[in-house]
Design a protein around this ligand. Structure first.
Ligand code: F0G
Length: 451
């Protein structure tokens, strides 16, 4: 059976090639830009390849009751919209996706809203949204017979890659920047058996070295320049639309690092709309850390026509990226959907993260930029109180426990970073208390503790 209906289209010059023709670095031979997966049969109204919206909705819901591994995956459950394999039997899955959509009642109340939700992608098998992309792209590598896969990463990508490679029996190579990495993620790469090299370079430097390596050796590149990653990462858009009974929320708020995820989610909603499954797009807003905000600067400078790389600094290490590969795709999603691109400070990220923790959710610092960004959008009147909003939480809180502990101990932010927010930060802190080993002392500590 050949399920494969896709081709690749260059985002820059529009060149169309077959999947097999892509170069190892996934850059266009004509103009050097990135490719996007497209499905030519969908555009033709009468085509047999064009999926039928009513049938799809029914089929996807039925699969929730199935015991087949592919149907249990929140990515492959939607396989009619990602026909990228010759045979779906080659898919490598860890039952990713199907992540929870939580209401955020306390945060919503504080912001004067009544429809605020968090789609928690940290509830994936390796603890981040990267699993949805990795199951797609690694399945392609597996089907095409590669022995080695590789990525340069700030953390979550390599944790996901190493796990899926191990499942498929492939070897994996990880290039990571020296220092400033979250230990939980490195531990995962080791556990899943990756060959891990720490380079004296930042993320962008690691990505450059890896691009040279894959041009010379038969290694399959799994960075997000690989367009198949985005096919998996678009599926949370389907889950969100399904949860909203095939309408869409008014706003979707996404963290921005290398800018693939916002691009992928935007693509997912666009495809649903073009196929007639939903009738409109949510406004997609992308939030960056103020110390790693090249897209925000690019919008301010020239409406995102060009992008100047920046030297990136932020304690939210997952989005410490100064030269994002997918910036053009993300800019298009923001523009076509009517969303915004803005940045938030280190203190705003830390406070938002603590507030999400206090809702019983918790997330990585990089995920908390979404709530920090929403507060700004509310303050600027860009999100109205009656509108529905979904925050994309990208990673699990245990990925970077050091960050959380430092915040609650009071050692995360410098006086300069905390300036103006000291009281609010103090109210959010819950440091462990040193207490005598007697019932009286513990009861007294409980009485004195802040609610
Ligand atoms: N949130 C988390 C937890 C991430 O790990 C990343 C990216 C992002 C947000 C940003 O997503 O890059 O698609 O805009 N982490 C990458 C990595 C780059 O290497 O693990 P993006």
């Amino acid at each position: 059976m050949n399920d494969n209906l896709h081709q690749l289209r260059c985002f820059g010059c529009g060149a169309q090639i077959s999947g097999a023709e892509a170069r190892p670095d996934f850059r266009c031979a004509e103009c050097g830009d990135l490719f996007e997966v497209e499905y030519p049969g969908w555009a033709r109204r009468q085509s047999h390849d064009r999926p039928n919206p009513g049938a799809l909705k029914w089929l996807w819901r039925e699969r929730k009751c199935s015991s087949e591994a592919l149907d249990n995956s929140g990515v492959w459950r939607f396989r009619e919209l990602l026909p990228i394999l010759d045979n779906f039997g080659n898919a490598v899955t860890l039952r990713e996706g199907n992540t929870p959509l939580y209401a955020l009642p306390r945060v919503a109340k504080a912001l004067g809203m009544d429809q605020l939700f968090a789609k928690h992608q940290g509830m994936n098998p390796t603890g981040s949204f990267k699993d949805t992309g990795m199951t797609a792209a690694l399945s392609v590598a597996h089907e095409r017979g590669f022995e080695w896969v590789a990525c340069a990463a700030t953390g979550n990508t390599y944790a996901a890659m190493a796990a899926y490679a191990a499942r498929a029996g492939l070897r994996s190579l990880v290039l990571i920047p020296e220092g400033k990495i979250a230990w939980g993620k490195l531990a995962q790469a080791m556990d899943y058996g990756a060959v891990t090299c720490q380079l004296k370079a930042d993320f962008d430097g690691c990505a450059r070295v890896l691009t040279q390596i894959v041009r010379e050796a038969p290694i399959y590149l799994l960075n997000s320049v690989n367009p198949y990653r985005l096919e998996g990462q678009k599926t949370p858009a389907f889950e969100i639309a399904e949860a909203f009974d095939w309408t869409v929320p008014d706003h979707l708020i996404v963290p921005g690092g290398n800018l693939a995820n916002s691009s992928a989610l935007g693509k997912g909603f666009r495809e649903l709309r073009d196929l007639g499954v939903v009738s409109r797009l949510p406004k997609v807003s992308v939030i960056q850390a103020a110390g790693a905000n090249p897209l925000v600067r690019s919008f301010a400078a020239n409406g995102a026509k060009t992008l100047e790389p920046v030297e990136a600094h932020t304690r939210a290490t997952a989005i410490r990226i100064g030269n994002p590969a997918s910036w053009r795709k993300a800019a298009r999603v923001i523009e076509e959907s009517g969303g915004w691109c803005l940045d938030v400070t280190e203190a705003e990220i830390a406070m938002a993260k603590a507030e999400l923790g206090a809702e019983g959710l918790g997330c990585e610092p990089a995920s908390a930029v979404t709530l920090a960004g929403l507060k700004k959008l509310r303050a600027e009147g860009k999100v109205r109180s009656a509108e529905s909003v979904v925050l994309i939480l990208t990673g699990h809180t245990l990925k970077d426990a050091d960050y959380t502990i430092e915040f609650h101990r009071g050692s995360l932010l410098s006086a300069e970073e905390a300036a103006g927010n000291e009281e609010r930060i103090e109210r959010l802190r819950r440091n462990a208390l040193a207490v005598d080993a007697t019932p009286e002392a513990v009861l007294a500590a409980m009485k004195g503790a802040r609610a």
